[in-house]
Design a protein around this ligand. Structure first.
Ligand SMILES: Nc1ncnc2c1ncn2[C@@H]1O[C@H](COP(=O)(O)OP(=O)(O)OP(=O)(O)O)[C@@H](O)[C@H]1O
Ligand SMILES: [Mg+2]
Length: 220
């Protein structure tokens, strides 16, 4: 089964066609790169696929669940991890509490959540700062924390919206390395980027979007 199937998906904001009848498939276990310039429609696509906004038209399934169906977005949310474009952890909670909260929302048992939270925060170099309120974190620290939050539920599919944008070279490398490791563990990754080199380095297949339209994609 395909991990993601998108058919003629569209979304307009007022008169603007942000996403215009796009179609593509993402296979299980692949890293799919969704490449395009600013304003192309990448984030809008991610938001539709992760159940945050409703498409105007078309169809999409994630792990076989219809993202337009009112019932199913909740069920699919348990099995996906999302790194949104703008890092949005709860600023008045500590890093630790943020990760544990995400785990509990996904139904991860407490002991297991603690084990995973510790391992992830260590891996991403923020364990020492786990008790600090997140509003004291730098942008790069928040971005790494958001990745811990996305991963703590051990999701089958990860949606990463420009995960390395604005990060220093070392943090970007850490995140790219992690994406490759996740694939080795059998995860599917949907990665948006405007960085051709990054996509080239990481992705098995790609779709290129411009002004809401897919202009090129890897063959099926
Ligand atoms: N909530 C919204 N209301 C109005 N217009 C929106 C909204 N969200 C996105 N748009 C518009 O839709 C188009 C696509 O935006 P989107 O954020 O999907 O692009 P993107 O490919 O993610 O760009 P970037 O690389 O800058 O993140 C843009 O023209 C944007 O202004
Ligand atoms: Mg975007």
């Amino acid at each position: 089964m395909e991990a993601i199937v998108v058919e003629d998906l569209s979304k307009s904001f007022g008169g603007l066609r942000a996403v215009d009848r796009i179609s593509f498939d993402v296979r299980r276990g692949e890293i799919f790169g969704f490449l395009g310039p600013n304003g192309a429609g990448k984030t809008t696509t991610v938001r539709m696929l992760t159940g945050i906004i409703k498409p105007d038209a078309g169809r999409a399934t994630v792990l076989g669940y219809d993202v337009v169906d009112v019932e199913e977005p909740l069920r699919v949310k348990e099995r996906i991890g999302v790194l949104p474009e703008v890092a949005n952890p709860y600023p008045d909670l500590s890093a630790w509490r943020n990760v544990m909260l995400a785990a509990s929302l996904h139904g991860v048992p407490r002991k297991e959540a603690e084990r995973r939270a510790k391992a992830l925060l260590k891996e991403f170099g923020i364990y020492e700062r786990r008790k600090s309120k997140v509003k004291t974190f730098s942008k790069g620290m928040k971005q790494r924390l958001m990745l811990c939050i996305a991963l703590v539920s051990d999701p089958e599919i990860l949606f990463l919206d420009e995960p390395t944008s604005g990060l220093d070279v070392q943090s970007a490398r850490m995140i790219r390395q992690k994406i490759l490791e996740l694939q080795k563990e059998g995860k599917t990754v949907f990665l948006t980027s405007h960085n051709m080199q990054e996509v080239d380095m990481l992705c098995d297949r790609i779709g290129i979007i411009n002004r809401g339209r897919i202009v090129t994609s890897s063959p099926d």
